[in-house]
Design a protein around this ligand. Structure first.
Ligand code: CMP
Length: 230
């Protein structure tokens, strides 16, 4: 185990930020690292679970499958994000499946070890609550957007969610370096691939975004947000 690399990785994880080196060191010794290939399933919806997962490097999708077999992507998580906390906290089955969207390296902590950390380090508990609050806000925004039933509003909501999660500010514009595939965007927005394609081109024609290969640039983030999420 490369201690230097892992120590620096854990201190960049928001729920562990502010912890002293000894504590970071102890957490490092609690977990194990595991690699998952692109497209492999890390967690299955409805399975029971007893571990927390932190993404060291890579990208995963959080999804559920509807009764007619359609996939709904709830969100995409990246470096330093965590998942698997819901089953740990309430003891119920996994609420969603997690699939690697690229080769991904994960740090895994067992339930009892994580619960001990929460009990002994209130800062971790507060940071966890803050992240869960942000996820609830994002889910509320999505519910609102889905009930709007308007294709532009649904696609804009997904673009804004991706901008918040993986966007980078460059020269005053928000850039999403690697936009997910159109069928994944469709599963995030609750619409079809054709609608995604048509709507993205409409946004480009209106001058709201620029498309360049798999890159999407939002020309004026605030204006775009105001126009579509009110
Ligand atoms: P758990 O239910 O244990 O396993 C699936 C995980 O997916 C869940 O914990 C959360 O970590 C994650 N998850 C479920 N729903 C969402 C969501 N709406 N936003 C972000 N992550 C989620």
């Amino acid at each position: 185990m490369n201690r230097d690399v892992e120590t620096s990785f854990l201190s960049f994880v928001p729920i562990f930020s502010g912890l002293d080196e000894d504590t970071i060191d102890r957490i490092e010794n609690l977990g194990i690292k595991q690699r998952f290939k692109k497209d492999s399933t890390i967690l299955f919806e409805e399975e029971s679970g007893s571990a927390l997962f932190i993404i060291m490097e890579g990208k995963v999708k959080v999804s559920r499958v509807s009764s007619d077999g359609r996939e709904v992507i709830l969100t995409i998580l990246n470096d330093s994000d965590f998942f698997g906390e819901m089953s740990i906290l309430d003891g119920a089955v996994r609420s969603a499946s997690i699939t690697a969207m690229e080769d991904t390296e994960i740090f895994i902590i067992q339930r009892n070890d994580f619960l001990d950390l929460l009990q002994n380090h209130p800062d971790i508990s507060i940071a966890l609550l803050q992240e869960l609050t942000q996820r609830l806000r994002a889910a509320d925004t999505k519910i609102k957007s889905l009930s709007l039933k308007d294709a532009e509003g649904k696609v804009a909501t997904v673009i804004l969610q991706l901008a918040d999660d993986i966007g980078k500010i460059r020269q005053g514009k928000v850039e999403i370096e690697k936009l997910p595939y159109q069928h994944d965007l469709a599963n995030m927005a609750g619409t079809s691939r054709e609608t995604i394609s048509r709507t993205l081109h409409l946004f480009a024609k209106k001058g709201l975004v620029e498309l360049e290969g798999s890159k999407l640039r939002i020309m004026n983030y605030e204006k775009f947000k105001e126009a579509y999420t009110g």
